[in-house]
Write a new protein. Structure first.
Lengths: 127, 141
């Protein structure tokens, strides 16, 4: 940000033109969660038992495994967008903003990747 | 001074809002959303990675979150586990109902004061009812 010309004083302070995408992505992933999370909850509720054998056999089937992988992608993206809005509202000093930017861009991706690897291991028969 | 005036309008800030259904649901939406993001997704990853790790690691997950076969400290964590799981279920239903309300608001409907307050209250009624039905089904069937 410059401090000479009037355009230099305001550069970098305005809209970055990513707001619409953020808004729509938040809604899109909300619709995804509206399907995926009830599927997970109903599946878990209908299971006769919740021991390792029953749950593992369920999660290894193609449809549940696909749903679980989609859940890892969709929930982490939705959570990332929502947490970003919360952090933007409450963190105002520069150092905090950089820490928040790192948190919100790295952790959700790492979490989703770890979740997907776990589902793939279940579905393709590791352990 | 001129004659005394009525109370001036308050600016919208967390500590001086008059409580009402719409602002309560707005705050709940943020709280439940962030609760689900951190506690919910954290627990989801613990669960799925324990399941991927094999029977022993899955049993460890069950013991610490729900069963507490060894007593002691596990009794505390298993009690916490049950509270967190029921809490997350409620948070999900509240966030979902509130989110569906946001879809309606997004198309420009539901801003009339009475309708807005009614649908705000109904999201809370729904989340409590749905959580009760879900856990009654899980525990009784």
């Amino acid at each position: 940000m410059g401090n000479g010309t009037s355009i230099g004083r305001v550069r970098g302070l305005g809209s970055s033109h990513h707001g619409t995408h953020h808004f729509l992505s938040s809604r899109l992933t909300a619709v995804g969660n509206l399907v995926l999370i009830p599927f997970l909850m109903v599946s878990l509720a209908l299971m006769p038992a919740h021991d390792y054998a029953t749950v593992h056999a369920w999660a290894a089937k193609p449809l549940p495994a696909t749903a679980l992988i989609l859940i890892m992608i969709n929930t982490f993206q939705h959570a990332r967008l929502g947490v970003q809005v919360m952090l933007e509202d409450y963190i105002h000093e520069e150092g905090g903003k950089i820490a928040a930017w790192l948190l919100v861009n790295i952790l959700p991706l790492a979490g989703a990747a770890f979740g997907i690897v776990s589902v793939v291991r279940i579905a393709l028969g590791g352990a | 001074m001129a004659q005394a005036r009525g109370p001036r309008p308050l600016s919208p800030h967390l500590e001086i809002w008059r409580w009402g259904p719409a602002m309560l649901v707005s705050i709940l939406h943020r709280m439940t959303g962030n609760g689900l993001a951190f506690a919910g997704l954290g627990l989801l990853l613990w669960w799925i990675s324990a399941l991927a790790g094999g029977p022993a690691s899955y049993q460890t997950f069950l013991d610490w979150v729900w069963l507490a076969p060894d007593g002691g400290f596990q009794t505390v964590t298993a009690l916490l586990g049950k509270i967190v799981l029921v809490g997350l279920t409620w948070a999900f239903f509240q966030h979902m109902a509130s989110g569906i309300r946001h879809f309606v608001l997004d198309i420009g409907a539901g801003y009339e004061l009475e309708a807005n307050a009614r649908w705000s209250s109904l999201t809370i009624l729904f989340s409590v009812a749905a959580t009760s039905v879900f856990w009654a089904f899980v525990l009784l069937h």
